[in-house]
Design a protein around this ligand. Sequence first.
Ligand code: TRP
Length: 337
Amino acid sequence: MEEKQTKKVMLSGIQPSGDLTLGSYLGAIKNWSARADEFDCYYFMADLHSITVRQNPADLRRRTLEQLAQYIACGLDPEKNTLFVQSHVPAHTQLGWVLDCYTMFGELSRMTQFKDKSAKNADNINAGLFTYPALMAADILLYQPDYVPVGDDQKQHVELCRDVATRFNNVYGDVFKIPEPYIPKVGARIMSLSTPTSKMSKSDKDPNGCVYLREQPEVIARKFKKAVTDSDTEHCVRFDPAEKPGVSNLMSIYSACTGKSMDAIEAEFDGKGYGAFKPAVGEAVIETLRPVREESDRLLKDKAYLEQVYREGAEKASYIANKTLRKVYKKVGFLAK
Ligand code: TRP
């Protein structure tokens, strides 16, 4: 315990509302595992967030467990990281309610994700979808993290979290640490293979746009062969996200999987065209994901182990979260029980 307090804290979550994608692996999870020694790390399955959109209950349960297995298979050692399921730690919803009362209607109305998701789910624009960023602020602030690693699309939510925390601190004193978003440069935004101007997303309507972590090699190879390249005439592998979003995205993926620089990749495919490049990216991805798939398949056969991991995770997380929650309850004037 003593030693932990000197380490900086890092926290992030991913919704188990779809299978994990190559985008979340390269942009997020892969980088998380390297930080376990330096930081005190908390990672969770954001199942409370998932139900802002209708879910099939059996699928949600299965994906939550699969996500845990994949976190571990991606290198997040449960001995070194606190891995837990959001709904197992009631402090999230408890602080979420308090923060709802310190988050403004106007602020929430400006969230681009709310606008996007309400356009996509016009028949289910529920209050949870609207107040989701306040719950996310609670997820974060409970653990007093220094850094919150997220993709670009979540930056606005982390900024709102900072605003709400600052507002609360201005009234009650220093209750919350103000966290920094932490956005990795390479792989921060892996784009769809079929529409390279939008983020690779598990909710992509086109199944060819997105590669899943547990997908079979043949399927991955096919998706990369079909990947959209750009309609320019030069047909060369050159990194230029504005003019050549498709090729640049494939280059980012290749770079993240192989560690090669953009210059090295341009040189490697100089004069070879897209016909050689696309399958090479597919192969690099297959080799990167193979150990993850094999290890998560193995872990999913050991339900008792996974249960032990998430139970211990929830216990460790609750201990820290409840400390913050008690402080908040006291500050806002709730009678101690
Ligand atoms: N909103 C995030 C997403 O959709 C998931 C999330 C929920 C999260 N709570 C969080 C991420 C707290 C970081 C910190 O990707």
